[in-house]
Design a protein around this ligand. Sequence first.
Ligand SMILES: [Mg+2]
Length: 294
Amino acid sequence: MNEQNERPNRPKIEKGQPQTAWLFDIDGVLTDPLEKKVTHPALFDELIKRLERQEPVALNTGRSLEFVNRVILKPLEKKIADAHILQNIFGIVEKGGVWISYDLDGKQETYVDRNIRAPEDLKDEIRALAAKPPFSETMFYDETKQTMVSVELLPKDQMHGRSFEEFQEAQRALVVELQRLLSHHHLESSFRIDPSRIATDVQNKNVGKALGVRQFVEALRTRGVRPTQYLAFGDSESDYEMYEELKRLGLPGQLVYVGEQEALREKDLSGVVFTRRKVDQGTLEFLQNATKSV
Ligand SMILES: [Mg+2]
């Protein structure tokens, strides 16, 4: 992998400004939430249409570089005839800990933020913990993460009849153990635990969906790109942070929410659009309908 000490500084693009900049969560927005892959190839076509219009597209996810490349970027690269348009796509992965961009020839560049990486001894202890029952019965240590630590729900065919409830019970016990480890390593002030439906993450306190938005906006500013509006797509409550961050930065933006409306019941919904279909089908519905108007 091409690791660099500094974030690649791209030359400014001299051209008209794009109408829209697009931000996508991956799981349950571009991928089927259960199959964990893109099951509607038309989504790739919709992304390519936007890249061809010189509209910036960012993926904003907790997934690893390996996952994002395997599931989204490599299949997308194969479908693109003119590699130059890849310079319009950005990957903000591991919640902002790892950055992907493309040079003018369509060659991928990556940057790993070494300042926020979990210490190796902590990783070793979590890896050992995840390998023991009861944790090993429903979850596994994700070896592809470079800055954060994720202990993920096992694929269904490796659960050997164990239920999602058993995963949740083990996850509660894991969180207690992880808190103990953070305390033991005196990392409570800089790291936090984030349990979700698919994994338990141990991450630097600065990372998250809002950091991804700031990195994307900053990268566009460096290039002199000022989109008229930002559209963020999400299916979980944490994706609302993208919309909040856009507002905080004073940028015109909306959240297209493809998850269950119930999850945002406490939020200000003035800039939120709900789709009729849910998850990846909701994203496709919005993008196909938006082609003419957005
Ligand atoms: Mg998601």
